[in-house]
Design a protein around this ligand. Structure first.
Ligand SMILES: *Cc1c(COP(=O)(O)O)cnc(C)c1O
Length: 376
């Protein structure tokens, strides 16, 4: 034990990053791995875009110079994309580059928001199950995490519990929601949206739209009415750039200015900035696979729902969440673990989480193998 380390960090359970790429080889070397555990897009960038990116690195990028710490070009291109992809913005001039803040992944932005709103005084509210990073990052900063439950049938947030939590915890400074939620795939319901709209300006509302390109649902048009809202997005999913770690926040310029104050000055390497610009200028091409992925998701849900052993939920994202029905085993936790291990031994990596499995939609071949292995 290192005596100078904060005692609360000893208890902290860190986020478990998956091995990544072909490194790590968590199962037998000779087996083809279907990596369906982290919700990435199954397709790499098209060859022509990879070449464009390498050309740019070779010809334009000066390795001896610091990156653009103000992310000027990228913020401009993102603002344009945000406007273009949001329907119903009555005053699209609202989204200017000043409304965008760039992070080294949206993870960095989550941390910046926690530092800006809660460090030293506030706590956060999350409804379980949800993305684990909010709670983990809060704990690393010594910020208390208040948790409430969701409906076991629909995974809607228990709004009565939310109201009660806010009433008894005056320190509550931020609420984190995912739209649609991970690992359960449900988009915010009408009631949940009304609740978010009703929250006072003194509470920061973080709406994580990591799966926006799959759901087509966004709260961007409502942002102008809510200076306490911030929307998070990422290039790690539909834009196929998980390796480059680019995320962004959309918010009132006063809030993005604060986020810029608390971040590291050169937080995003030049190569990542170029990669995001290339992806944005070829968004239509990259998104051409989305309809197929959504069809594959519906097919996966249809086939798995027909199996009496599974309970499968609808999904607005690029993954499916399922649980084993209670009646099928004496020890459901052990049965789930067994299923997870058997998939793993056959080369299908999925995420075991919240008493269920979260399965990323992969290529048609991967999905086919997943279905065969799950229905065996
Ligand atoms: C995948 C994901 C992200 C993306 O995080 P990055 O740090 O940008 O890779 C953010 N939020 C949620 C809920 C996610 O599932």
């Amino acid at each position: 034990m290192l005596p100078f380390i904060r005692s609360d960090l000893a208890q902290l359970i860190a986020y478990q990053p998956h091995p990544g790429g072909t490194a790590g080889s968590p199962v037998q070397q000779d087996i083809l791995l279907d990596r369906l555990d982290t919700n990435e897009c199954p397709y790499d960038l098209p060859e022509a875009l990879k070449q464009k990116l390498s050309w740019s690195v070779q010809q334009e990028l000066e390795s001896n110079r610091y990156p653009d710490g103000g992310h000027a070009r990228l913020k401009q291109a993102i603002a344009h994309y945000v406007i273009q992809s949001a329907q119903g913005i009555s005053d699209s001039r609202f989204i200017t580059p000043d409304c965008i803040c760039i992070g080294n992944g949206s993870d960095e932005l989550i941390r910046s928001l926690l530092i800006a709103a809660c460090l030293g005084e506030g706590s956060i509210l999350v409804a379980q199950p949800t993305f684990s990073m909010y709670g983990i990052l809060a704990q690393t900063l010594g910020i208390a995490v208040v948790t409430i439950d969701r409906s076991p049938q629909t995974f809607e947030i228990d709004l009565a519990a939310a109201a009660a939590a806010i009433a008894i915890h005056p320190t509550l400074k931020a609420v984190f929601v995912v739209h649609p939620n991970s690992p359960t795939g449900n988009a915010l319901s009408r009631n949940e949206l009304d609740w978010l709209r009703s929250l006072p300006d003194s509470i920061l509302v973080v709406i994580d739209e990591a799966y926006f390109e799959f759901s087509g649902k966004t709260l961007v048009p409502e942002l102008p009415h809510h200076p306490n809202w911030v929307i998070l997005r990422t290039f790690s999913k539909a834009f196929r750039l998980a390796a480059h770690r680019v995320g962004y926040a959309i918010a009132h310029p006063e809030l993005t200015a604060i986020l810029d104050k608390v971040r590291l000055p050169y937080n995003l390497p030049s190569v990542s900035q170029v990669a995001a610009l290339v992806a944005l200028s070829h968004a239509t091409e990259l998104f051409a696979v989305l309809p197929e992925m959504l069809e594959q998701r519906q097919e996966m849900i249809r086939v798995l729902s027909a199996q009496s052993k599974f309970q499968v939920w609808p999904s607005d994202a690029n993954f499916v969440f399922l649980r084993l029905k209670a009646a099928i085993a004496d020890d459901p936790a052990a049965a789930l673990d067994d299923l997870f291990q058997r998939l793993r031994n056959q080369g299908t990596l999925v995420r075991k989480i919240s008493n269920g499995l979260r399965i990323t939609i992969g290529t048609p071949a991967e999905n086919q193998r997943t279905l065969e292995r799950l229905t065996q």
